[in-house]
Design a binder for this molecule. Sequence first.
Ligand code: GDP
Length: 356
Amino acid sequence: SLTIGIVGLPNVGKSTLFNALTKNDVLAANYPFATIDPNVGVVGVPDQRLDVLATLFDSAKVVPATVSFVDIAGIVRGASTGEGLGNKFLANIREADAICQVIRAFGDPNVVHVDGKVDPAADIETINTELILADLQTLENATPRLEKDARLHKDRASVLAAAKEAIDILQTGKTLYAAGVDVAPLRELTLMTTKPFLYVFNVDPDELDNQPFTDELRALVAPAEAIFLDAKTEAELIELDAEEALELLQSMGQAESGIDQLARVGFDTLGLQTFLTAGPKESRAWTIKAGATAPQAAGVIHTDFERGFIKAEVVSYDELVDAGSMAEAKSRGKVRIEGKDYVMSDGDVVEFRFNV
Ligand code: GDP
């Protein structure tokens, strides 16, 4: 499954946030026999539609989609040249499918900043520079080999051309993802700046609803997504029951915890979407890549379902809720029969028919 790597300078609140993420781990609740990797936090993607479906179908439980976060430890200036965490760090980051940068924006003079002052723009620059330098090095190391390949095999010329273009872009200080390059020919090089980035700003709690402040930070990273949270508060929220947590959030002018926001935004950043199933056993959100077809979606539930796929009965969540029951949705003609070429839409409530 796809993962998001959490990176940031030392002392910005990564561990505090990651601890809250792992305490929120949904694996323990839903998959009692799963082995839990201490470096991975698997978080449920909040989805109120599941609660509505659970009421309609009298489901025994609700199973949300999940998103996995990997703790990649601190990045430091010079990481790209093997200083600090060096190669292990770079290997971990290469395995992630998206990169979540945690940026310090809280004041607290008791927490030392590695570069002496709280400066989110400078910190983002430091991290991006390290990632860009590491990619440049990878590309420059690969160039002689790619040149030889291109001489020997015509079909390898596109990889060399893409690598040269990538070097030019990185030298201007832009990430490859931000530059919108076609990453397909570069995939074999496992570059870091081809991955989507998202940003978590760790702010003081009284700044959470300070819009001029958050707008300014958001502008630093746009069009990438920005999430604002106070890692210390997230650590407290995780210890509270749902009602107390909501009270604390509301007292800070927030409707949702930072971790819930991070799960939702992270899921989108990975290019994922959900379809829904509902019945007395469970109401559940299943994860697919945007653009997946009905048989591919069936395959997420069970590999046999993809092979034996016959058809899908599909109703949109809104029309199902509008009708109030599956039977009523059917009698209104809202339940469609879809074949193997059907491309799934977000919010499809589905029942698959298949041969076993
Ligand atoms: P890491 O090095 O990025 O993993 O940072 P830690 O999570 O270990 O946090 C470093 C220090 O900053 C610890 O003393 C934390 O208690 C403190 N800290 C983390 N998040 C916050 C925050 O949101 N506000 C304040 N005031 N301190 C924080």
